[in-house]
Structure formats: structure tokens, C-alpha cells
Design a protein around this ligand. Structure first.
Ligand SMILES: [Zn+2]
Ligand SMILES: [Zn+2]
Length: 257
């Protein structure tokens, strides 16, 4: 298994440690065909890409393209803000971005105080290994599903990390809409049994590093190990062995903008 592209990396524009250029140089050194820079979405209270810095972000990516000759996608790891599936990358931003990741994070501007409560409850239950209440699972599942239905999301990042959902229901929706499920090289977020059931829905996968420094770019070792353990056919993973994914957001933009 050889990684073709890494679609989840951060720089100093959110909580990463280094620059766009250094991420791109590392990707080039590794022989990747593409890399995406995917900062946290605008509504993250602490870590998000700042709107007033967005133009500099786009310019930095353009300069790094010129300097390295790499194909660098302007990405975002948008935040899912509650049960309605509202995301913080909105229509007015679409033109400037190439890749639309989305995930659940805490410390964001939630849709409502109830969703804020759910966000924190999920975070604490997860980190204290406590069983989540059924209603929380139901509502966070709904948040994911509405997000996929209502936004042209390319990849859901680290599902069920610090939150809870019925991942098989979410995977079915991803399969229907052409949204990829990420298997993260940074942190295990599915049990093997869970990943097996997810794969049975027919959904397609992307493996990503979620690198916050250049040295972790392309590091998808734990994801690959799990894929082998669970026996997922490699042709279900669309960014390895010379293949590049077919992204939904790009198609959406071609049709609508
Ligand atoms: Zn994340
Ligand atoms: Zn991330």
C-alpha cells in the first residue's frame, strides 16, 4: 500500500506547528501526488482559521504551489455545529476552497445551547470512557447525517472521536451521497468490529495523517494496519496505490458555481 495523497494536514493557520510551504515540501519529498492544507473551520473559538487571515492563507498556498510544483488543495476541516448539520464553511466561501472536510470538535460556536451541551457531554463521556446516553447518540448521529445531506462534504474526519454516533447509519448516508469516511493515521477512532460493519455499507474510504507538523505528513501507519486487520479490500481506499479520489465538492462546484 502506497499513499498517493494526504488530504488532512494543518499549519500555523490553525493548530499546526509549521508553514504551508514546509508541509508541501515534505509531501514532495515523500513523492505524494497531492496534499491538502485543511485548517479548522472558522467557527472554532480557539483553533479556527481566522476570516481576516483567509486571504493570506490562499496566497501562501498559491506561493507554495509555485515554489514546489506540488498540487496543493485549499482545504478546510469544517465544524459540524449541531443537530441540523450546519457547517461553518458556507456557500459564500465555496469559490475559494477545493476540498471540504467536516468533523465534530468542541469549543465551536454551536447551533444552540442544547447542541453545546451535547458537544461537551460527548467530549467528557468519551474521555472518561463512559457509556453515552441514547439520546446523545441519536442527536449526534442526526448532526452527521444532516451535515452530509445539506453540505457537499468530501470527507468526514475522525467519526466518533470525542463524540458518539451510530457510525453504520452515518456510513450509509455517506455511501448514498458520495462522501468519504476518513480512517485517521493520527488516532484510532473506530474499533475493528465497528470498521467492519461500516465497510459493509459499501462506503468508500480515505486514509489521512491529520498531521500537525511536516514530519507527520503521510503517516497513515495505524490506519493501514487496521485496514489490513479488518480485511477491507484495498480498492475501497481511494488515495492509495496510484489512485486519486473523486471528490463531491469539486463536482458540486462545477455544476453550481
Ligand atoms: Zn479534527
Ligand atoms: Zn484535523
Amino acid at each position: 500500500m502506497i499513499l498517493t495523497a494526504d488530504y488532512h494536514t494543518h499549519t500555523k493557520y490553525s493548530d499546526g506547528r509549521d508553514s504551508v510551504l514546509h508541509n508541501a515540501l515534505r509531501a514532495k519529498e515523500l513523492g505524494l501526488r497531492e496534499i491538502a492544507i485543511t485548517e479548522h473551520g472558522f467557527s472554532h473559538v480557539v483553533l479556527g482559521l481566522k476570516r481576516k487571515k483567509a486571504d493570506k492563507y490562499f496566497a501562501d498556498i498559491e506561493n507554495a504551489r509555485k515554489e514546489t510544483g506540488m498540487n496543493i488543495l485549499v482545504g478546510i476541516e469544517s465544524n459540524i455545529l449541531g443537530r441540523e448539520g450546519t457547517c461553518d464553511l458556507t456557500e459564500r466561501d465555496y469559490e475559494k476552497f477545493d476540498l471540504y472536510l467536516a468533523g465534530v470538535h468542541i469549543l465551536v460556536h454551536y447551533e444552540s445551547s442544547h447542541d453545546r451541551k451535547n458537544g461537551f457531554k460527548g467530549f467528557f463521556k468519551y474521555n472518561f470512557h463512559a457509556k453515552p446516553p441514547e439520546r446523545l447518540v441519536k442527536e449526534q448521529t442526526l448532526g452527521y447525517i444532516h451535515a452530509i445531506e445539506r453540505n457537499p462534504i468530501d470527507v468526514l474526519t475522525h467519526i466518533n472521536y470525542q463524540c458518539f454516533c451510530d457510525s453504520v447509519e452515518v456510513a450509509k448516508c455517506c455511501a448514498d451521497y458520495g462522501t468519504y469516511i476518513e480512517i485517521s493515521g493520527k488516532k484510532p477512532h473506530f474499533s475493528d468490529e465497528e470498521l467492519f460493519k461500516i465497510a459493509e455499507t459499501g462506503v468508500r474510504f480515505i486514509v489521512n495523517s491529520d498531521a500537525h507538523s511536516p514530519k507527520r505528513i503521510g503517516d497513515v501507519k495505524i490506519a493501514m494496519e487496521q485496514i489490513q486487520r479488518v480485511n477491507i479490500p484495498l480498492d475501497r481506499v481511494d488515495n492509495i496505490d496510484g489512485r486519486l479520489p473523486k471528490f463531491r465538492f469539486k463536482e458540486y462546484k462545477e455544476r453550481n458555481l
